[in-house]
Design a protein around this ligand. Structure first.
Ligand code: ADP
Length: 510
């Protein structure tokens, strides 16, 4: 039996951006005092402004700030926190960090370091879940670099094959090989890339599945042996193996397949001794066979779609589970109701190969309304730098069915004002309206197939207005810099962009 822990009064969020803001919100709802940490370039970031306290960690480089275990643990101790939430990315899946928290007497809001380490090694995870009877993409570890041996393994699996790093993440170190002749050099290159990115050059070969869907299952497991799944998220729309749009339910699943995948995901988590919120990722091929891909041992970027269709607050549950609480529901009590879709708003240019875009956000106005949720880490006047992951916010819509959720997303995107940097808002509008997307005909190469040469439409009558709005905002920023006031949204911005122009024209103010 897990011991019952003291209630958390103060919690440090070892992250930044929209996920830090999301966890701060959960803390406030639970009566917990949220403490932020920040790097020198994040001093005026939204998570810092919204937290009750904030501790400076150091330089912009992640090693000096958000990846610095010692400084983060020390910040938690100094501010009297009892717990640390790692968010996603940075240290979230680092077992050394989870152990360091434990050793410092801090509750780590996540899985035990042992199961985190197990699932963090994709080869070990594959081996463990295979023992539990979970279907895997056919694959083999690559022990030596002998080209003849490599070819033998690849032929056994069948071309095309995918080279993957055992310690991989974020789509790094993956390479598709279609012919035997390319194999040896591709394995050598993947090893180099894996060593540089993860400090571990173990790679393996997997059967490359053409046009799969990415379907993952959200799981919650408590310390008392209860494991439930909260259904699926379809995350097939990706660029560079990274998700952009996610939804629940998946248009590809029927009730029987949903139940089968859900039960399999629970079995995966039981086999690796998982506790807390985690996700089991699967690939679904064109014949609707599913294969285990990996476990993500943290809260996922796309967790809101699950929250919208189940009504379960996953961050609340993470905190409760870490404190020793039992799950408040059984599997048969979890319902998937309606349809939710999430669009990720990245600081990048979809018309230029999703190249990152940096600079000052001249004007931000985010949509709201029934069935609309915006998890955001930004505000007007904030500066996007190149130092971190380019995610700015996530727009999520819900309705009783997919058509309704898509219609809401279309309208919410049209009301998303983001001026100053390149961003995917108009790209996402085109994507949502695409007939293949509307029909739910998704696969992981959807963007390559339908959007490889996409260019933004330029509605000419809107251009001068947009530029004028940007210019006015820029003038206001300059004034704020001169007077030293923080660049927070003004009531003018809240009125809306065209309204703001009209008022400005009449009164001469801004
Ligand atoms: P990472 O941990 O680096 O994100 P994953 O194993 O989660 O890597 O895979 C990320 C994405 O790469 C998947 O969503 C899918 O698009 C693609 N992918 C991974 N394995 C395969 C495979 N065997 N066949 C086809 N696509 C794959």
């Amino acid at each position: 039996m897990a011991e019952k822990k003291q209630p958390i009064q103060k919690l440090l969020i070892a992250n930044r951006g929209e996920i830090a803001v999301r966890v701060i919100r959960a803390c406030r709802e639970l009566g917990i005092v949220p403490v932020a940490v920040y790097s020198e370039v994040d001093r005026f970031s939204r998570h810092v402004l919204e937290a009750a306290e904030a501790v400076a960690l150091g330089g912009a480089a992640p090693a000096e700030s958000y990846l610095n275990i010692e400084r983060i643990v020390e910040a938690a101790r100094r501010t009297g926190c009892q717990a640390i939430h790692p968010g996603y990315g940075f240290l979230a899946e680092n077992p050394d960090f989870a152990r360091a928290c434990r050793e410092a007497g801090l509750l780590f809001i996540g899985p035990p370091p042992e199961s985190m380490a197990l699932v963090g090694d994709k080869l070990k995870a594959r081996h463990t879940v295979q023992q539990a009877g979970v279907p895997l993409v056919p694959g083999r570890e690559v022990q030596d670099a002998d080209p003849a041996r490599l070819q033998e393994i690849a032929e056994e699996i069948g071309f095309p094959v995918l080279i993957k790093a055992a310690a991989g993440g974020g789509g790094k170190g993956m390479r598709v090989v279609r012919q035997a002749g390319e194999l040896a050099s591709a394995v050598a290159a993947a090893r180099r890339e894996a060593r540089a990115a993860f400090g571990n050059d173990t790679v393996y070969l997997e059967k490359y599945i053409e046009k799969p869907r990415h379907v993952e299952i959200q799981v919650l497991a408590d310390a008392h042996g209860n494991v439930v799944h909260l259904f699926e998220r379809e995350c097939s729309v990706q660029r560079r193996h990274q998700k952009i749009v996610e939804e629940s339910p998946s248009p590809a699943l029927d009730p029987q397949l949903r139940q089968q995948m859900g039960e399999t995901a629970c079995r995966v988590m039981q086999s690796v001794g998982y506790i807390n919120a985690g996700t089991v990722e699967f690939l679904l091929d064109e014949q609707k066979n599913f294969y285990f891909l990996e476990v993500n041992a943290r809260i996922q970027v796309e967790h809101p779609v699950t929250e919208m269709v189940t009504g379960v607050d996953l961050v609340h549950q993470q905190i409760a589970i870490a404190q020793g609480a039992s799950l408040p529901f059984r599997q048969e009590q979890v319902r998937q109701y309606g349809h939710a879709i999430e669009c990720r708003i990245y600081a990048e240019d979809p018309a230029n190969n999703f190249f990152p875009s940096v600079g000052k956000l001249l004007l931000v106005r985010e949509p709201s309304g029934p069935g609309i949720r915006c998890d955001s880490g930004i505000y007007s006047g904030w500066e996007v730098t190149h130092h971190y992951d380019p995610i700015l916010s996530k727009l999520i819509t819900w309705d009783v069915d997919r058509q309704g959720a898509l219609a809401r997303m279309k309208s919410a995107l049209a009301n998303y004002v983001l001026l100053g940097i390149e961003n995917p808002v108009s790209f996402l509008q085109a994507l949502i309206e695409h007939p293949a997307f509307q029909a739910g005909n998704l696969h992981t190469h959807f963007l390559e197939e339908h959007f490889s040469d996409w260019q933004p439409p330029v509605p000419e009558e809107q251009l001068p207005l947009g530029m004028l709005a940007a210019a006015l905002q820029e003038r206001q920023m300059r004034r704020q810099v001169k007077t030293g006031e923080p660049a927070v949204p003004t009531p003018w911005q809240a009125l809306g962009r065209w309204e703001m122009l009209h008022r400005d024209e009449r009164s001469g103010e801004n």
